[in-house]
Ligand binder design. Sequence first.
Ligand SMILES: *Cc1c(COP(=O)(O)O)cnc(C)c1O
Length: 362
Amino acid sequence: MNNIFNFCAGPAMLPHDVMLQAQKEFCNWQDNGVSVMEMSHRSPEYMAMASEAEQDLRDLMDIPDNYKVLFCHGGGRGQFSAIPFNLLGDKLEADYLLTGQWSKSATLEAKKYARITDTNIITITEQGKTSVLPCAQWPINAGAAYVHYCPNETVDGIEIFEIPETGVVPLVADMSSTILSRPIDVSKFGLIYAGAQKNIGPAGLAIVIVREDLIGHARRAIPSIFDYEIQAKSNSMYNTPPTYSWYLAGLVFKWLKAQGGLVEVEKRNIEKASLLYSFIDSSNFYENNIDKSVRSRMNIPFTLVDESLNSAFLSASKAAGLLTLKGHKSVGGMRASVYNAMPLAGVQALVKFMADFEKDNI
Ligand SMILES: *Cc1c(COP(=O)(O)O)cnc(C)c1O
């Protein structure tokens, strides 16, 4: 087990210590005689765990008091629909920044509900998607109900570290694959959301962090489970929440705190990503052509210069215990996802494997 490293982009590996703890209390949680997934979400024991998880997330991200934290169903894509339903208010249009696959998917979904014309779709990547325009050059529309962007494009390997200045227009961020990987200033955002299966816990759960003044303007025809006002009033228990995912997310939050919080976590993420990128850059055998200023720390795509070696690379890496390195089908090549749970030892093992594979095939 300890020699296996899972580089899957999502659902991704969870911290090993968290998995062991969940295993230990799987059938008998806190001496209740039953699993946490077999008990009422309204029991005092469950409610205490749920609010502790929220508080731990608030501590980790330093979430201001005027923001609600919601534990929702429907993953990241559920929010692609929930956001226009909740945030358009009496406006018709919203701006969507385009940087890659996920921001494109969010735009397509929002188009069903909002007026999103060519001027609202703002492409900020340059020259074959290798760099991103400086934030001051993004032509944001003053009349937009909100500006949506994706700070980490999981498929493309692009991460935007600069927070866009959008003035009074609320900024909405899909942080599915970067949340909790580094400290951020939550007060710069109107809404932050994330599907859980990259840096939080099991798939299905979505975390929504939303400024209070943006709640309560939903369209009348919104499905109730997507209505932030209803979810906020019921502490995310309007219907049965994804109880087991919430519990596991809570364990991950405690684990992150025990690591020293996000300042420490960011240091490790920088160390892991730098190790892999500097190896790739030093080699003539592997390539990553994303501009250095926007290279993702979480998802590191790379290609073999000789693509005919792809399947040999994948079978040899799998045999070496380095799993799911195949790139997304739309991009090809390879991708190593190195979320918070990936230890430095995993990246070291990958770099060693890549160096050996290069020697054997040059
Ligand atoms: C994985 C991912 C999603 C989709 O999440 P689902 O839970 O599958 O809907 C959305 N946005 C980004 C950036 C992602 O990485």
